[in-house]
Design a binder for this molecule. Structure first.
Ligand code: S3P
Length: 181
């Protein structure tokens, strides 16, 4: 089996399934899984909500940039990023230069349904979640569309999304046809 040559970076909105799909994709490919948000929390010693509250969004973005840059230097793996990471020109450039980016595209109803389950997203606090998501989608989708691979993330099982990503990687020649088995 040929090894994965580049890290696969999952990008997309909050609730698109980056962490759940990423974990399963990493298992299917036999590589490590990293979650940028979790790594930021470990590095800061507090939660993302606390970072936003105590230091503000710019400080969070600076930490995010640093952590993702470090993770991109690790051996090829699957990396789930927070929804705003790919919007940062420096981080996006770094991903485009060194990794394969995959946008998990999902519609607003599905995103809303998923983000409602947890109250851990500072950008959706004290505001109407649908309005905030619609605004972020309009702002971000043209940028997410620059990803190397675009895959639909829908209500179905996460494993279906994993299969779509693997097929797209194979079609691009980034993975041999037996790469996931
Ligand atoms: C953010 C998404 C979150 C987290 C932070 C900011 C965003 O990650 O990084 O709350 O700007 O969309 P998820 O996309 O994993 O929820």
């Amino acid at each position: 089996m040929r090894k994965l040559c580049k890290t696969i970076v999952l990008v997309g909105m909050m609730g698109a399934g980056k962490t759940s799909v990423g974990r399963r994709l990493a298992t299917a490919l036999g590589v490590a899984f990293r979650d940028a948000d979790a790594e930021i929390e470990t590095a800061a010693g507090c939660s993302i909500s606390e970072i936003f509250e105590r230091f503000g969004e710019p400080a969070f973005r600076a930490g995010e940039r640093k952590v993702i840059s470090r993770l991109l230097r690790e051996a090829p793996h699957v990396l789930a990023t927070g929804g705003g990471a790919f919007m940062d020109p420096e981080t996006r450039g770094h991903i485009q230069d060194t990794a394969i980016s995959v946008w998990l595209r999902a519609n607003v109803d599905l995103l809303l349904e998923r983000v409602k389950r947890k109250d851990n997203r500072p950008l959706l606090r004290n505001t109407d979640s649908r309005t905030a998501l619609v605004r972020l989608i309009a702002e971000r989708e043209p940028v997410y569309a620059q990803a190397d691979i675009i895959v639909e993330s829908d209500e179905g099982p996460h494993d279906t999304v994993v299969k779509r990503i693997i097929s797209a990687l194979q079609a691009k020649g980034e993975l041999p046809n037996d790469g996931a088995t």
